[in-house]
Design a protein. Structure first.
Ligand SMILES: Cc1cc2nc3c(=O)[nH]c(=O)nc-3n(C[C@H](O)[C@H](O)[C@H](O)COP(=O)(O)OP(=O)(O)OC[C@H]3O[C@@H](n4cnc5c(N)ncnc54)[C@H](O)[C@@H]3O)c2cc1C
Ligand code: FES
Ligand code: FES
Lengths: 161, 263
């Protein structure tokens, strides 16, 4: 076991991990932060997306030890300081951007990464950005709509309710 | 995944020394190697992360006008920073996988892996790039040696890749939507001394140059020039996504599109 230290949602945390411990496992089992989901475990589905040093990464395909010293942000760090939902989270609720909710943490983290670089994306840009986030329930329209709404744009033109 | 020892050196020399250990393997972005280890298709005892080596990251323009990319540079960085120097290369990097994969995956990892459907091998071969390792310089024409096989020796690290900048170039990728790799991808680049056409995704020998197309395009760099050619023969991949004939046909179509987009 080796000790790893990183910043998660603004707090310095450390723990003992094996070489093979994934960042997703360290978050879920080491820190008991189970908001980050593991779907495929093979970097296909995006349920495990977190931000590492400001960039969206699939935490099932990053070693915990490779995140030594990194700034990590997870879905638990997305709400406003007073506990109310952030703009993106609220938009997912308002526009029915989730059903079972399994993909949602990854969708929200990917959406936040997109809007940081591209505050007013087109519908096409949103769909392309979400290529690595798979949702079995919603059919994506309402997720796209939520992200359009979170970026302050009109959602009227997006198909399906 | 079996357990292993992890190290993250800060210099190329330290990495080379660490890779001298028994059953040691380099780790780039881990986007291919970690899933492979989870399936127990690889089981290194020591994993040496290259992502902490600053001298292996970033993009610059050499005095000879080549775009030089550090071996541990991510696809996202190439997409953003190579755009001003070599737009076709940046566009290729920007369409690999998805944003999260591009934030971790590296050019060195992609070229070392030499997946028969990967994008970078087509760019490297199509540009006549030079692969620089800790010990030598390898011309792309000598580097790719068939599916998942390269000229790299055990423990050898790709530290940099140098791309001569063409007069015109384009990459056309027919996406296999489930894997997001290329079902067929064609990279066409026109240099003062000739046109190069490199094909990925199609052949079970991995990336290859379609020399017949190069010859006619040297005469006339137009889409129509390849009309008379038959699709390339050779060992085309056949699987549930497409037959060998379908892939060969796609090679011709994508080559035509790449030429049209480049000229
Ligand atoms: C969902 C998904 C979609 C993808 N889509 C595409 C796509 O469309 N096109 C495409 O081309 N690729 C695609 N990839 C592959 C991706 O580009 C990988 O990042 C890449 O193939 C491997 O790079 P890596 O840095 O992650 O290497 P790793 O997975 O860390 O390593 C791969 C191999 O290279 C070796 N290695 C790593 N770095 C070096 C180095 N500098 N020198 C020597 N050896 C080294 C390792 O030992 C290992 O054998 C996709 C991957 C995923 C998960
Ligand atoms: S669990 Fe990481 S991508 Fe699916
Ligand atoms: S809401 Fe169920 S997987 Fe997306």
């Amino acid at each position: 076991m080796t000790q790893v230290t990183m910043t998660v949602n603004g707090k310095t945390v450390s723990g003992d991990v094996e070489g093979r411990t994934l960042l997703a496992e360290f978050l879920r089992e080491g820190l008991k932060m189970t908001g980050t989901h593991i779907g495929c475990d093979t970097s296909q589905c995006g349920a495990c997306v977190v931000h590492m040093n400001g960039e969206a990464v699939k935490s099932c395909s990053v070693l915990a030890l490779d995140a030594e010293g990194a700034e990590v942000k997870t879905i638990e760090g997305m709400a406003n300081p007073d506990g109310s939902l952030s703009t993106i989270q609220q938009a997912f609720q308002d526009h029915h951007g989730l059903q079972c909710g399994f993909c949602t943490p990854g969708m929200v983290m990917s959406a936040a990464a997109l809007l940081k670089d591209n505050p007013k994306p087109t519908e096409r840009e949103i769909r392309e950005y979400l290529e690595g986030n798979i949702c079995r329930c919603t059919g994506y329209h309402n997720i796209v709509k939520a992200i359009m709404a979170a970026s302050g744009q009109d959602v009227g033109a997006i198909a399906a309710e | 995944m079996y357990n292993f020892e992890f190290s993250k050196p800060g210099t190329i020399d330290e990495a080379v020394a660490a890779l001298g250990a028994d059953e040691a393997q380099a780790l780039g972005g881990g986007q291919t190697l970690l899933p492979t280890m989870k399936q127990r298709l690889a089981a290194p005892e020591v994993l040496v992360s290259l992502t902490g080596i600053d001298q292996m990251k970033g993009i610059c323009l050499s005095d000879a006008g080549e775009v030089c990319i550090g071996g541990a540079t991510t696809h996202a960085t190439v997409a953003a920073e190579a755009a001003a120097h070599y737009p076709a290369l940046a566009a290729l990097a920007g369409r690999i996988g998805d944003p999260a994969v591009r934030n971790r995956g590296t050019i060195g990892g992609s070229l070392a892996n030499n997946d028969p459907s990967a994008c970078y091998p087509a760019a490297a071969l199509g540009s006549g790039a030079t692969i620089i390792t800790n010990t030598r310089e390898i011309a792309a024409d000598d580097y790719f040696q068939g599916m998942f096989a390269t000229a790299l020796d055990e423990g050898e690290i790709i530290t940099e890749v140098r791309f001569p900048v063409p007069e015109a170039a384009n990459y056309q990728k027919f996406v296999q939507p489930a894997s997001r790799f290329a079902l067929v991808g064609v990279f066409v680049a026109k240099y003062a001394d000739g046109v190069r056409v490199a094909v990925t995704g199609a052949s079970s020998d991995g990336v290859f140059r379609w020399t017949e197309a190069e010859e006619v395009l040297n005469g006339s760099f137009t889409k129509d020039a390849i009309d008379a050619l038959s699709p390339p023969s050779g060992d085309m991949i056949a699987d549930l996504h497409g037959s060998a004939e379908y892939r060969a046909h796609l090679v011709k179509v994508m080559t035509g599109r790449a030429v049209a987009a480049a000229s």
